[in-house]
Design a binder for this molecule. Structure first.
Ligand SMILES: NC(=O)c1ccc[n+]([C@@H]2O[C@H](COP(=O)([O-])OP(=O)(O)OC[C@H]3O[C@@H](n4cnc5c(N)ncnc54)[C@H](O)[C@@H]3O)[C@@H](O)[C@H]2O)c1
Length: 252
């Protein structure tokens, strides 16, 4: 039997980057997936590729509670329920210091990464409480565990906050059989990273910052996300799951 047979998932930011890999892996494992993203073109293309029995696209702005109410309703109308939420949509922004970051960008990053995760959990939890089961995976970052030289203060603050919200929800809903975990990826070679970094830059970061001397393939993160979403992880809740090829063992 496939790991997620019969389960229904909402994946935010599921249209591209790591979210696209999570979407494909969940479908491969038997889940029906609702791709929630602002990116209509890529979201519709991916849903079409996977087939409407397995995946649909719903335009979602994670910063808007009304938009969340809509995706929850469409998911229930189409697939009947919600078993899994992956809060993956995120914005990194340019690398800056505390004094340099533009206030508007600071607020936008907090709104998408932190508030979006909060609104997402609030939107799906009543359905999960009603059915007495569910799994929520909130995508934080290695930058949510310790200072990271490759990001900005808003990203750091939001990714730490996601871990806090995860623990709050895990505790509050543990007796409702709802599990909530945070995943903290290190350097992942998403198509976006490949498009923005030259081959030389990728090699340089790999050799100087990464103990395994390579970025992760996004599929390696999907394996962890799918496991946490599945019933195999039945006693795993409230945790921080670092997936960084041992990068956090060194102070770089
Ligand atoms: N790439 C990495 O190395 C890395 C490392 C650690 C953590 N992460 C985290 O993993 C997640 C995915 O990262 P990625 O590299 O695939 O990013 P990405 O930029 O490739 O994809 C992000 C997706 O989120 C969507 N999105 C942005 N704002 C949205 C909004 N308001 N509402 C709905 N959707 C929105 C985008 O359209 C896009 O499809 C993010 O939370 C990121 O912070 C990434």
């Amino acid at each position: 039997m496939k790991l997620l047979e019969g389960k229904v998932a909402i994946i935010t930011g599921g249209a591209k980057g790591m979210g696209e890999f999570h979407t494909k892996k969940m479908v491969e494992e038997g889940a029906k997936v609702v791709i929630g993203d602002l990116d209509v073109e890529n979201g519709e293309k991916l849903a079409k590729e996977l087939g409407k029995e397995q995946a649909i696209f719903v335009k979602l702005d994670v910063t808007q509670p009304d938009s969340w109410a809509n995706i929850v309703q469409v998911t229930k109308d189409t697939f009947g329920t919600i078993d899994i939420l992956v809060n993956n949509a995120g914005l990194a922004g340019a690398i800056t210091g505390l004094l340099d970051i533009e206030e508007g960008l600071y607020k936008k990053i907090i709104e998408i990464n932190q508030d979006g995760t909060f609104y997402g959990m609030r939107a799906v939890l009543p359905t999960m409480v009603e059915k007495n089961s569910g799994s929520i995976i909130n995508i934080s970052s290695l930058a949510g565990l310790r200072h990271d030289i490759t990001v900005n203060p808003a990203y750091t603050a939001s990714k730490f906050a996601i871990r806090g919200l995860t623990k709050q929800a895990a505790y509050e809903f543990a007796d409702k059989n709802i599990r909530v975990n945070a995943v903290l990826p290190g350097a992942i070679l998403t198509p976006m990273a490949e498009a923005t970094l030259t081959k030389e830059q990728i090699d340089d970061v790999s050799n100087t910052l990464l103990p395994m001397k390579r970025f992760a393939d996004p599929k390696e993160v999907s394996e962890l996300v799918v496991f946490l979403a599945s019933d195999k992880a039945s006693y795993i809740s409230g945790g921080d799951y670092v997936i960084d090829g041992a990068r956090a063992t060194i102070n770089k």
